[in-house]
Design a protein around this ligand. Structure first.
Ligand SMILES: [Zn+2]
Length: 212
């Protein structure tokens, strides 16, 4: 799952419009931002196996970002920081951080440790790539419909939100283009680049909303 994680960002923004959208977007991928960074540093590890159905990722070692206890810890820390910044609605940011682990649980093959290292779980929707893409796009599309309806009620234009959505669809298409598997470090860089684009475009949405 890639852009599907942002369904939780949009849902949080619908529920709490005062939250900055860039923070909702960054929160949904905080665990993967950590993962990309630790993969580049050689601390968390993956193999790319093109023989696997759907995603070629064999994520055999990622205890610090994707184990259940560490996902809870990162969610708590992000929630506490967001509460300091934006008051009690900041807990939504913590919830969005944790939504990443739940969505990963749905799609990953068993690579998510319930303890720090073991046992590993994952329901494996990646093995059914077409269904996985329908679920991912369906969740994000549904959240977008709710957000645009909410924006119309608040007399905010649909255009910034639609622009962000189109940018995410473009990222999803680029992500789906088959090519030679990159090295793990390049994979980490590509992930960080994609999340950076998503956050940067979300900042533009925030700026447009402040002006409206
Ligand atoms: Zn993840």
């Amino acid at each position: 799952m890639f852009v599907g994680h942002f369904a939780a960002s949009v849902a949080a923004k619908v529920a709490q419009p005062r939250l900055p959208f860039w923070a909702c977007v960054g929160a949904a991928q905080l665990l993967d931002i950590g993962w990309g960074s630790l993969v580049i540093a050689g601390i968390e590890k993956l193999r790319l196996n093109p023989a696997l159905p759907g995603s070629p990722l064999d994520l055999y070692f990622m205890p610090y970002t994707h184990s259940l206890p560490m996902a809870l810890l990162w969610s708590l820390l992000a929630g506490l920081l967001a509460v300091r910044l934006w008051g009690r609605i900041g807990w939504w940011i913590g919830a969005v951080v944790f939504s990443h682990w739940l969505a990963d649980l749905l799609v990953h093959r068993p690579d998510l440790p319930l303890g720090l290292f073991n046992p590993k779980v994952g329901l494996g929707l990646w093995n059914l790539p077409v269904l996985e893409m329908i679920v991912e796009m369906g969740l994000l599309g549904l959240a977008m419909c709710l957000w645009i309806a909410r924006r119309k009620q608040a007399r905010l234009g649909a255009r910034p939100a639609t622009g962000w959505y189109v940018a995410m669809l473009a990222l999803a298409v680029v992500n789906a283009i088959p090519g030679d598997p990159p090295s793990p470090a390049d994979m980490g860089m590509l992930a960080l680049f994609g999340y950076g684009v998503a956050i940067a475009v979300a900042l533009l949405v925030d700026r447009a909303d402040r002006r409206a």
